[in-house]
Design a protein around this ligand. Structure first.
Ligand code: NI
Length: 171
């Protein structure tokens, strides 16, 4: 399971509408495995296939364990995902593994329900709030060629974060 290279903002694949997955094959499973490896290596929360240069509608998300509540890490894989329900509003800092070193405040729905398919082609439904809701919306945006910087009030709201500062979770 090799770690793949994460492409950065200037890569054209990040601005394309990714293709629907038609075959739930072993090569799709291999891609998903590589995406998780890549996500872990980058210490990120979420990754979309276009970020590893593959124009397909697949995303992986891993919400870290919460030691305060004792909640273990939660992993999600969604193929051909679609938001079917969203409510509320939440504004928070957001970053992206394809834009390393930058964060900005983005307003998104507070709660979303997403339906899609597992890598085996079985229907999946995920309801998320908090970080999961934000990650779902951020990753699904990647499938339509949208980056979080497109959702900032203005580019002046983009902030540089140093190595020493605490970074918003990248996805
Ligand atoms: Ni991203």
């Amino acid at each position: 399971m090799p770690v793949r290279t994460i492409v950065t903002a200037e890569a054209p694949v990040l601005r394309q509408k990714a293709k629907r997955i038609k075959q739930f094959s072993q090569s799709l499973q291999a891609l998903i495995d590589d995406m998780f490896e890549t996500l872990h290596a980058a210490n990120g929360v979420g990754l979309a296939a276009p970020q590893v240069g593959v124009s397909l509608r697949a995303v992986v998300i891993e919400i870290p364990a919460d030691d305060e509540t004792g909640t273990p890490a939660q992993s999600y894989v969604l193929c051909n995902p679609e938001i079917v329900k969203s409510s509320g509003e939440d504004t928070d800092d957001e970053g992206c593994l394809s834009l390393p070193g930058y964060v900005g405040e983005v307003t998104r729905a507070a709660v979303v329900t997403v339906k899609g398919f597992s890598p085996e082609g079985k229907p999946v439904r995920v309801k998320g709030e908090g970080l999961l809701a934000r990650a779902l919306q951020h990753e699904l945006d990647h499938l339509d060629g949208v980056l979080f910087i497109d959702r900032l009030e203005s580019l002046e709201k983009l902030r540089r974060v140093g190595e020493a500062e605490e970074e918003a979770p990248g996805s």
